[in-house]
Design a protein around this ligand. Structure first.
Ligand code: PNS
Length: 161
């Protein structure tokens, strides 16, 4: 049985992330979405908010669970008895960082393989950061994130629709 971890900040979850979550289920039996609780960063949404939004928008998917983690990703994967890390690749600009991360993770724990899914073309430009920027300026974001996340983003920025 394969169990994979799909790690990220998910601040907040976008349709690009959801696409990777859904497509990951074709290559693994179970998927744990690992939400990084990085105390050094100051995310817009707390880790609890990010976990709860992910739980809500993936509730229709069997074999997907959402958990937060801190510390090393490979340690979280090993504790979760996962043998795979899934990451999405949007463009060549992602590649250098992702390659380095997969190599360091492999050096730390060679039992865990990183696999990459290329993002669907329609989501290639999408990132949580750009969605936050558009939302903060009151722009339309319903093409980028699920309705629940649209509401939460506008609430955070005090945007009245
Ligand atoms: O969504 P992101 O911010 O691109 O996700 C980055 C993430 C969470 C995958 C990465 O920062 C991570 O794995 N952090 C945990 C610490 C770690 O294990 N780093 C790799 C070795 S330097």
């Amino acid at each position: 049985m394969n169990r994979a971890v799909y790690p990220g900040s998910f601040d907040p979850v976008t349709f690009g992330h959801l696409d990777i979550i859904e497509r990951s289920l074709a290559i693994t039996d179970e998927l744990i979405v690992g939400v990084l609780n990085n105390k050094a960063k100051s995310p817009l949404f707390s880790v609890e908010e990010r976990v709860n939004m992910l739980k809500e928008v993936t509730k229709h998917l069997k074999h997907v669970t959402i958990q937060s983690f801190d510390g090393l990703l490979v340690d979280f994967a090993a504790q979760s008895q996962a043998n795979m890390i899934v990451r999405g690749l949007r463009a060549i600009t992602d590649f250098e960082y992702e390659l380095q991360m997969s190599q360091i993770n492999h050096a730390l724990n060679s039992k865990i393989e990183t696999v990459f899914l290329t993002t669907r073309l329609e989501f290639a430009y999408l990132s949580s950061s750009t969605v936050k920027e558009v939302a903060g300026m009151g722009g339309e974001i319903c093409k980028f994130v699920p309705e629940l996340v649209v509401e939460r983003l506008y609430q955070k920025y005090g945007v009245i629709r």
